[in-house]
Design a protein around this ligand. Structure first.
Ligand SMILES: Cc1ncc(COP(=O)(O)O)c(C=O)c1O
Length: 411
């Protein structure tokens, strides 16, 4: 089952889409003086930049390509290390590898986001960037992480794929680092099936992001053209169809977040008095998305018993988002036989090694954690149990009562 936006696809999205189909312009570029060309991608970029409180946004075709554009556009490349949490979606790491840099895995703390203390320990003379991931809609410890990045002159890239609509102390996630990226796949706050966005305050970075996502062209393909393109780019463009759906979805973000907050608060209150039960630390309760409620049971055994009885799994066993379950990272399975970037002669550090158990703090936390769905029901996140966007307080109360019954047997 998908995320909140997907459950609200309706007439508004149809209307936006029809406008594009009837106008006949599916490509993001069209003739400005033809009223049939609706420039949906451009409008979406403007809207998302406004929401993020930054001047620049580039729409792309996924959250993964958004990360690759951000990394490459900011100059991360061969020889560089990027610190990334061990609890995240594979794309945070694969984008670093395709930027030809080395992912350095760091611990998460009770926020289930990067642990600033471990980030400090992982910095080497080769570190170029910190990729902070706001997992499960909850902003990471951005104050501390930004201070570390500034102190060591490192780039801070915010992977906000799971946190579109979240704010940290009044500012949108994605607007605090050197670049922020969003995903619009079906599990995210809003969706068009797939899609992504990169935002930044820096005009030079914006120009590089735009060029990289569109064959080296200047923003909106205006200005510098044949003979003067600054570098070779690729094609990660968004279509007008995707942007049309997202423009309709964007109007629903506030309502989505408000609904999730109300349901999450009610669920949390209903189980808060269970002895020994702890909650994930939320850095900004007003600002988080509220898509999931994560609880810690006192022991791994109890957590597994409770999860099994609820028909779900502890986060450590949930598959996709835990480094220890990523065989392609652990075994450094690259697409070509040469093994770059791990064996790149430009990389002067010791050969990187990844193994199960390398992040004991993360392993211990995730083994005791259960993700309860509030708006994202996804077996890959370990959130098969809970409620979804269409559910009201009745369903929340019923699910919370079920959780209490099961947890009480073991606590
Ligand atoms: C933390 C994180 N980063 C990046 C991505 C990649 O986004 P996409 O699926 O749009 O490529 C995801 C998607 O699940 C994600 O959860």
């Amino acid at each position: 089952m998908p995320g909140p936006g997907m459950e609200l696809i309706g007439e508004e999205e149809k209307k936006e889409l029809l406008e594009v189909l009837e106008g006949g312009y599916l490509f993001r570029y069209g003739s400005a003086d033809d009223p049939a060309f609706k420039a949906k991608v451009y409008k979406l970029e403007q809207e998302v930049a406004k929401l993020a409180g930054v001047p620049y946004a580039v729409a792309v075709n996924s959250g993964t390509t958004a990360l690759l554009v951000a990394l490459s556009g900011l100059g991360v490349g061969p020889g560089d290390e990027v610190i990334v949490p061990g609890y995240t979606f594979i794309a945070s790491m694969s984008s670093i590898i395709y930027a030809r840099a080395i992912p350095v895995l760091a611990e998460v703390d009770r926020t289930l986001n990067l642990d600033p203390a471990d980030v400090r320990r992982k910095i080497t003379p080769r570190t170029k960037a910190i990729m902070v991931v706001h997992m499960l809609g909850n902003p990471a410890r951005l104050d501390e992480l930004k201070a570390i990045a500034d102190e060591h002159k490192l780039l801070l890239i915010e992977d906000c794929a799971q946190a579109f609509g979240a704010r940290y102390k009044g500012r949108a996630v994605g607007s605090i680092g050197d670049a922020g990226t969003y995903s619009f796949n079906i599990f995210k706050t809003i969706t068009a099936g797939d899609g992504g966005m990169v935002v930044t305050r820096d005009e030079a970075a914006y120009r590089r992001f735009f060029g990289f996502h569109d064959q080296g062209h200047s923003p909106l393909r205006m200005g510098v053209e044949v003979g003067r393109r600054p570098f070779v780019g690729l094609d990660f463009r968004m279509t007008e169809l995707t942007a049309a759906v997202l423009l309709a979805q964007l109007k629903k973000v506030d309502a989505i977040v408000a609904h999730l907050h109300a349901n999450k608060q009610r669920f949390k209150q209903a189980i808060a008095d269970l002895p020994g039960l702890e909650f994930r630390e939320i850095t900004d309760p007003e600002g988080e998305c509220g898509t999931l409620l994560t609880v810690f049971l006192p022991s791994e055994t109890m957590a597994r018993q409770v999860a099994t009885e609820l028909g779900t799994r502890v986060v450590a066993d949930s598959g996709w988002h835990v480094y220890a379950n990523m065989e392609q990272i652990l075994e450094k399975r690259t697409i070509t036989a040469e093994g770059c970037p791990f064996t790149c002669p430009r990389y002067k550090g010791p050969e990187p090694k990844y193994w199960k158990g390398m992040l004991p703090q993360t392993d211990a936390l995730l083994a005791r954690a259960i993700n309860i769905s509030i708006g994202v029901s996804d077996a890959g996140l370990g959130s098969a149990f809970g409620v979804t966007m269409r559910d009201g307080f009745d369903a929340v109360d019923a699910r919370a009562a079920q959780f209490r019954r099961v947890a009480q047997k073991y606590l």
